[in-house]
Design a protein around this ligand. Structure first.
Ligand SMILES: [Zn+2]
Length: 269
């Protein structure tokens, strides 16, 4: 990196340094995740402090010092106002940021992982249901970062996953909730496997239904997601991806636990 660079990126996380400063984990498309110091960010009414909070998309100068890098003259590009006004949306958005912050190594460019985060945040901001945006982002990250299991064939015997009846048959049937569509594969997060019913030990894995597998096969090759899928089909996929991500990260995600507690509270009314 040059002595001074102009770049755009999003603040994933912040923590404090000394009496007046803070550090931010700043994700950029071209330099990857950078650890940057923000001078004077904790002084009362500091504009720098407000601009460099998590979930802010910034254009900024990055100055390469002898022992650390500094943020200088950040400009706000996007602040995701709607996400901040709803506790559930905020906790999911921060869970996505936390996942990437912990998943990505420092200073290694992953432009697709960056683009995925931005698309997911924009979708949440635009009112796409939480399960859809989060499921898409998490599976996309698994694919981009090289952890995604083969979604076409069984990881053990190599047989193509079988759907009960073809698409033509399925179209004639009344639409049913995804929970009642048959299980066609099981995901084993620790091994990174998706297995067919013949190879999977009974009930050990995360069950994936035919609806969910079709969704994965359709949305993983790349490009932008379609948001017209039913949220129920996405919820299980999202939870499966999260269990998988937790295995990769080797510990639970703090914001995710918070969000799960919040959802449980809401469901109980
Ligand atoms: Zn198999």
């Amino acid at each position: 990196m040059a002595h001074e660079t102009q770049t755009e990126g999003i603040v994933l996380r912040r923590w404090y340094a000394g009496e007046y400063d803070k550090w931010v984990s700043f994700l950029t498309p071209e330099y990857g995740k950078l650890r940057l110091r923000v001078r004077g960010a904790r002084k009362p009414k500091s504009k720098m402090g407000m601009l460099t909070e998590p979930l802010n998309l910034l254009k900024t100068r990055v100055i390469e010092g002898k022992v650390q890098r500094l943020i200088a003259q950040p400009q706000l590009v996007r602040s995701y106002v709607r996400l901040r006004s709803d506790l559930e949306l905020l906790s999911v958005a921060l869970a996505l940021c936390e996942t990437l912050d912990r998943w990505l190594p420092d200073e290694h460019a992953e432009p697709e992982a960056y683009a995925t985060l931005i698309i997911a945040l924009e979708a949440l901001e635009a009112g796409v249901p939480v399960e859809q945006a989060a499921a898409w982002a998490l599976w996309r990250w698994l694919a981009v970062l090289g952890y995604c299991p083969d979604v076409e064939r069984c990881g053990k015997c190599g047989a193509e996953f079988e759907f009960i009846g073809g698409d033509a048959d399925a179209a004639k049937l009344p639409r049913v909730a995804s929970a009642s569509s048959p299980t066609v594969a099981q995901l084993f997060p620790a091994e990174g496997w998706l297995l067919c019913p013949r190879c999977a030990p009974p009930r050990d894995g995360v069950p994936i239904t035919s609806d969910e597998l079709k969704l994965l096969q359709k949305s993983l090759p790349g490009g932008r997601p379609s948001w017209d899928t039913r949220p129920e089909a996405c919820r299980n996929l999202m939870l499966a991806a999260l269990r998988y991500a937790e295995c990769v990260l080797e510990s639970p995600l703090r914001w995710l636990e918070f969000w799960e507690r919040l959802s449980a509270l809401r469901e109980r009314g």
